[in-house]
Write a protein that binds this ligand. Sequence first.
Ligand code: KG4
Ligand code: ZN
Length: 413
Amino acid sequence: MSVAEPLVLAVESSCDETGVAVVADGRRILGQAIASQVALHAPAGGIIPELAARAHLRWIVPALDEALATAGIGLQRVDAVAVTAGPGLAGSLLVGIAFAKGLAWVHGKPLVGVNHLEGHLYAAWLDPAGDGATGGPEPVFPVVALIVSGGHTFLVAMRDHLVYRLLGETVDDAAGEAFDKAGRLLGLPYPGGPAIALAAESAAGPGVELPRAWLGDSYDFSFSGIKTALRRLVEGELAALGRPPAEEGGLLPGERVAVLSAGFQASVVDVLAAKTLRAAREAGARTIVLGGGVAANEALRARLTAGAAGAGIDLVIPPPALCTDNAAMIGAAGHRRFVAGERAGLDLDARPSWPLVRPAGTPAGRRPPRRGAAGRAYEAARAAEAGGEARDRATGASPAGASPAAGRGASDE
Ligand code: KG4
Ligand code: ZN
């Protein structure tokens, strides 16, 4: 492969998907494999960190074999190995990192540590058609990006590659986490996001009106109020029907679940879309980018599509399969870091709470609290590992320390 079109082998194992992909030029997916653990964690209604790490160990080699076979190449053709170094579950991250280090060392390839959230963002640069010609347009700067996943929800402005200005973030739950909690409350299967979207489709009418947290002019988000409002409604309706509370298995009739799902989804989508469109207009963005698992939500996609068209701003949303966790997006972000000259050493370590960008005024080294189900699961597991003391194990992958592009590392403008 020519230097002009580097081939990156990417590994993703930060949460509950084991992914390996081969990406050319940060854009064309030559091959990829994703082993999902959804069925494994569904009975518990959430991710069990120890089970996740073991499943990554089980599936990472078959995923590599499949990705290389689909791409029709051997490892010697690869120009760099990129791996998610954080944020995510420590045990899960370590499986991918150790694996990527081994590949890089044995085959003499450069290693690049990638921030998972940067991956979600750079999924918008992937060509879903895979041939570099018929795929959607590439985002044009300035970009405003909304990243909505199970553990994170934030809005950033980008004036160039790898340069971020944080506009707003959630002050409580992540959007995906809110969907997952609402799903549990309504007795829907895990993960709640797709289940609520499906239930909402069957609702006759617009759904129950739930509050929206606008938080004044701020670009921050809050979802705990909507969740509490939904909880009160569900509790009241279950009690009126003489049924046990949701935690004890109480279920509402299907048509009520549909109407409540539609109302909940409308409330979350309304705030996400309105703030993103306002931010894009105010920042003079030419392109809006949407990423993260919740970007798979059809109602959110439709709302932003209509709003962006009305405002004359381009919109790039990856296909649903590239919105949820995958390794191709790590290849897209890894490509940018690789061509910027970034290299990680064999001391690359997991950074479970690695922020993509720090809020202005947050001292380096002080991380905002980790949020989301995965975040809490990780915190609990790590507190147990560390004898109750949660330490920051971030080392190694620090773009600021390891890179000629230090000033542009996963950093603030
Ligand atoms: O990005 P992701 O795959 O993993 C994380 O990095 O967290 O996001 C997973 C989240 C889950 O909370 C899931 O419920 C949500 O994305 N999600 C959706 C949809 N598909 C996945 N939320 C709403 N609508 C969907 N269609
Ligand atoms: Zn993710």
